[in-house]
Design a protein around this ligand. Structure first.
Ligand SMILES: NC(=O)c1ccc[n+]([C@@H]2O[C@H](COP(=O)([O-])OP(=O)(O)OC[C@H]3O[C@@H](n4cnc5c(N)ncnc54)[C@H](OP(=O)(O)O)[C@@H]3O)[C@@H](O)[C@H]2O)c1
Length: 280
């Protein structure tokens, strides 16, 4: 898999690091009962994540933001601070570097003083034509969209399951529901992620952890800029408003906008002998 620079934690945290087992049940219950939500955003400069961060900051939630681009991250963090986030911690990290995940996540939880929500927004669309010719390009898409989230979620699942609390909200995609010629490498990375997240929910929902598979249809962000038909894609602010509510509820599987639940049911129902001749 890809080699990448090591993670760099921007803000030194002062709280002592404790393992989940060292936190008492009483502390966990008290944390849940009141106060702003402690939200970790992985891939915080994503268009969808930024719109969610604005809403979380407006209501005074505590945020820890992780992104690979320091300049963009500083802008997002400054905006969240101005809006009224009750806490801001940040780390610059290339999340392709799975070896650095444990350190980044431990710092985040230490900075927040616990964790209510982890929101995984990192992802790359990649270049499908390039990925058809060159395995390294396909490998990069699979690594960022599937391998890196699996590494992050493995750590986060064990942390939250031990505490019997938390929500893991993961941005997968409707593209993972059926492979098609125009983006099957990206689609397969999201199909893998969807299956992983669904299975994780089956494992730790009973431990009191909400695990959410989020499947956006096309949304107007940097990822889709300049695409054919992009003017008609979903508005990112509306998508974020739906997601913030869904995350508060801890829904299992979220299609956003909701119409994509119906569209994908139709697309999945098309017989393969017809589907394979379609230009999608
Ligand atoms: N927009 C859509 O139509 C759509 C539809 C379905 C699903 N999704 C999914 O939703 C998520 C957010 O996408 P978006 O639309 O908000 O697109 P976006 O604005 O392009 O966001 C993608 C984010 O992932 C970050 N990222 C990529 N590789 C990373 C790495 N190695 N380490 C750390 N961060 C990394 C990018 O960082 P940089 O800012 O540094 O590039 C960027 O902030 C993605 O998982 C995407 O697949 C999007």
């Amino acid at each position: 898999m890809s080699t990448t620079p090591k993670s760099e934690v921007m803000e030194e945290q002062t709280l002592p690091l404790r393992t989940p087992r060292e936190e008492s049940a009483g502390e966990v219950a008290a944390e849940r009962a009141h106060g702003p939500r402690r939200i970790l955003v992985l891939g915080a400069t994503s268009g969808i994540a930024e719109a969610c961060i604005r809403l979380w900051a407006n209501r005074g939630d505590a945020l820890y933001l992780v992104a690979r681009n320091a300049d963009k991250l500083a802008v997002v963090a400054a905006d969240a601070r101005t809006r009224g986030a009750s806490h801001i911690g940040t780390a610059v990290a290339n999340l392709d570097d799975t070896a650095g995940h444990a350190e980044v996540l431990a710092h985040a939880i230490n900075s927040l003083g616990g964790l209510d929500v982890a929101f995984l927004a990192l992802g790359v669309l990649g270049e499908q034509p390039e990925a058809e010719k060159n395995f390294a390009a396909a490998d990069q898409i699979l690594h960022t969209n599937f391998v890196a989230p699996v590494s992050l979620l493995t750590w986060l699942a064990n942390y939250t399951a031990q505490r019997h609390a938390g929500t893991l909200a993961v941005l997968s995609s409707v593209a993972g529901e059926r492979g098609r010629k125009s983006n099957y490498v990206y689609g397969s990375s999201k199909a893998g992620l969807t299956a992983f997240v669904d299975g994780l929910r089956n494992r730790i929902d009973r431990d009191g952890v909400r695990v959410m598979t989020i499947k956006p249809g096309p949304v107007k962000t940097a990822m889709t800029e300049g695409m054919k038909g992009s003017a008609k894609f979903a508005d990112v602010e509306a998508v974020a408003a739906s997601l913030v509510k869904a995350i508060d509820r801890g829904d299992d599987v979220v299609y956003v906008p909701g119409i994509w639940r119906v569209i994908m049911a139709v697309i999945r129902a098309v017989p393969e002998r017809v589907f394979k001749k379609m230009n999608l």
